[in-house]
Every structure is written in structure tokens, then in C-alpha cells.
Design a binder for this molecule. Structure first.
Ligand code: ZN
Length: 270
């Protein structure tokens, strides 16, 4: 056996077991775009964020997260190969998300006071920092396991009213489960942020690499610390009802190039 053999074998295994998420070119979905052939890895940017680029079946693919607020129609990516920049276009189709009316007994969670707003702004900055990271050293596993045993839902993208007032759309998947249900890391990664947030309660963020990140909200307990590496399947915390909730559940968020996208596209089960 040559010394190169184990390395070649590893590469072969990586390319055959690699699975892509489901594509859906709608707001809150993903566009998987084939890039022109090149010897070096192309760099792709969408707005202010770098896009995950992967090698799949001898092709370069860009995995583009499409924000929920994206208008229907043509969108543009910036493609850089060997310092040559070109534009790539793709089309975003319409998707009508359902409307949900929620009743919250704590009025401050619907109309926060000035002090709350300061806290909310600081937390928004921490969320932005955790979700806008681009870590090149990590190679993401784009097929996620369900983080908890529970009933998954298609609540992603719901336009919501709280006590009759319009608020931002729902950017994750709610999975109903009793308080204390263990939450498992759905893929390898690094914990990049953790804390008690005004709306999201006890929250964890995991960076999976290449602009792919997940978030976990309303936890009753967190079992990992910022900077800690986690393995797929490892328990990271427990389901709870902290923050703005109507009952215990896990809010599971998935971000690609800072766009919150439908977690169902990455899960084996729907
Ligand atoms: Zn939620």
C-alpha cells in the first residue's frame, strides 16, 4: 500500500456519503447552484454574506440560503474565481406562508419597555455575530438529525400576530416536547454563543462551518459552553419554556449565509 492510500480512501468515502439538502428556491428556502468548472474553489457572495460552496460529484455547487424577506424574481450572486468577479443570477419563486395568531399573557413580551428594548438590541447584535460567522476550517455535514424526539411541525415562515399585533415571521421550526427532553446536536460543530435572551429564553448557537449554523431556543437547561466542540448526537441541553412561549417546545433555527431557512430541508424526516 502506498502512503497516499488512506487519504484517497477517505476522500472517496467523503464524496460518496455526502448528502445535499433539499432545494427550494423560495423565500426561506435554498438554491443549489452549479458553478463553472475551475481548478480552485470559487468564492460566492450573496449580499453581505459569503455563501457555502461545496464539491459534489466533480462539480462546484453554491448552497444559497434565501432570506424570508427576499422579493420574488431575479437575485444576484457575486462569483469570484482567480480574482475574476462575475455575476450569477437565479430566480426566487413565490411561497405563501400561513398566518398564525398567538396570545401571550405577558404583555411586555409583545410590547417591550425601553429597558427591555436595550436588552433586545444587545441580544440582536450577539445573534447577528453568531449567525454571520464564516468558518472555513470546518466542513459542514448538510444532513441534520432531528435534535429531539418530538413532533416536528411546518411552522417555519408563519406570519405571526401576537395579541392581534403583527410581529416578525417565524424563522425556525417548533418541535413540541415536554420540559426536560434532551436536545442533541444534529451535526458536528462549535458552540459560538449561549445565554438567556428576552424573546428566545435560554439559547444556544452552533457553527457547523462554511456559514452554516443552527440555534436552539427556550431551553430549561444548557449543557455546553461557548467555544466547546460538539459531536453529532451529543446532548447540548434540555427542552423548556423560557422566553416568549405558549408552552414547552424546542425552537430549532437553521441559518445559511445568515438567512434563516426551513430546517425541514436539512432533516431526513419531514
Ligand atoms: Zn419558534
Amino acid at each position: 500500500l502506498s502512503k497516499a492510500f488512506p487519504c484517497l480512501l477517505l476522500m472517496a468515502l467523503t464524496s460518496t456519503t455526502y448528502a445535499l439538502p433539499k432545494e427550494n428556491r423560495v423565500p426561506g428556502g435554498i438554491a443549489i447552484i452549479e458553478l463553472p468548472a475551475s481548478k480552485t474553489q470559487p468564492e460566492v457572495n450573496y449580499g453581505n454574506y459569503r455563501v457555502s460552496v461545496t464539491r459534489h460529484e466533480q462539480k462546484w455547487l453554491a448552497l444559497v440560503g434565501i432570506p424570508l424577506a427576499t422579493p420574488i424574481g431575479t437575485q444576484q450572486l457575486k462569483l469570484s474565481v482567480n480574482n475574476q468577479v462575475t455575476e450569477l443570477k437565479f430566480n426566487v419563486n413565490d411561497k405563501q406562508y400561513r398566518t398564525e395568531q398567538l396570545t401571550i399573557t405577558n404583555e411586555r413580551q409583545v410590547n417591550p419597555n425601553a429597558e427591555d428594548m436595550k436588552r433586545i438590541e444587545a441580544e440582536a447584535a450577539r445573534t447577528e455575530a453568531a449567525l454571520s460567522r464564516y468558518t472555513e476550517t470546518l466542513i459542514p455535514d448538510l444532513k441534520l438529525m432531528m435534535p429531539i424526539q418530538g413532533k416536528s411541525s411546518d411552522t417555519f415562515g408563519f406570519r405571526r400576530t401576537f395579541n392581534g399585533e403583527v410581529r416578525s415571521p417565524h424563522t425556525g421550526m417548533d418541535i413540541a416536547a415536554p420540559t426536560g427532553t434532551p436536545i442533541h446536536a444534529p451535526a458536528d460543530g462549535i458552540v459560538t454563543e449561549a445565554g438567556n435572551f428576552f424573546f428566545n429564553g435560554n439559547t444556544l448557537f452552533i457553527d457547523h462551518g462554511s456559514g452554516f449554523a443552527t440555534m436552539y431556543c427556550h431551553l430549561s437547561r444548557t449543557d455546553v459552553k461557548v467555544g466547546q466542540a460538539v459531536k453529532r448526537g451529543e446532548v447540548i441541553g434540555l427542552v423548556g419554556a423560557t422566553g416568549r412561549v405558549t408552552g414547552p417546545h424546542l425552537h430549532f433555527g437553521v441559518s445559511l449565509n445568515r438567512a434563516m431557512v426551513d430546517p425541514a430541508l436539512f432533516l431526513d424526516q419531514k
